[in-house]
Design a protein around this ligand. Sequence first.
Ligand code: XMP
Ligand code: MG
Length: 184
Amino acid sequence: MDAADMGTDLAKTLLSEEEIARRLDEMAAEIDRDYAGEEILLVGVLNGAVMVMADLSRRLSTPLRMDWMAVSSYGSGTKSSGVVRILKDLNTDVHGKHILIAEDIIDSGLTLSWLVRNLSSREPASLKIATLLRKPDAAKVDVDVAYCGFDIPNEFVVGYGLDYDGRYRNLPFIGTLAPHVYGG
Ligand code: XMP
Ligand code: MG
């Protein structure tokens, strides 16, 4: 399944299901090497990171626990405000744990840099970030990313967990929206 199966809503496929799977294999191998059997607390950022969490975690042989946070950084529309609100906090006390944040995308970086500061104040043993996508041209703040799947152009993307107005999260690939969908 790709953008061509989606009628006219999607402009194009940016990353196919196969490309995503291959890159996740590589990222998981690297993570397994780096942690060398130390237990990870994988922290998924809801809702976008659900697919990355599911598909990355199943490739890891490092022992791990999972937990979830939900944050909101967008008032409305498609731009990050930098004002972050915790909608759902972790269930886990992260003190002394090796946190690996699993993210779908780093755009401006504002949400994640806030999250890193917030989680660091809880004194984990270590804190690293794994993200499937990053938009280097959209960065407003520097975020230190240990594992990045793909650097992508500064376009709004959907699929594989990412939504536009709540839709398209279930697409198995990542595509760009046709301008008419968002009123362009
Ligand atoms: P920032 O700008 O704070 O963005 O790094 C954080 C969150 O914004 C969402 N986001 C997107 N969602 N397509 C989407 O569907 C995009 O192109 C996009 N860019 C940012 C996403 O939830 C991310 O975690
Ligand atoms: Mg997200």
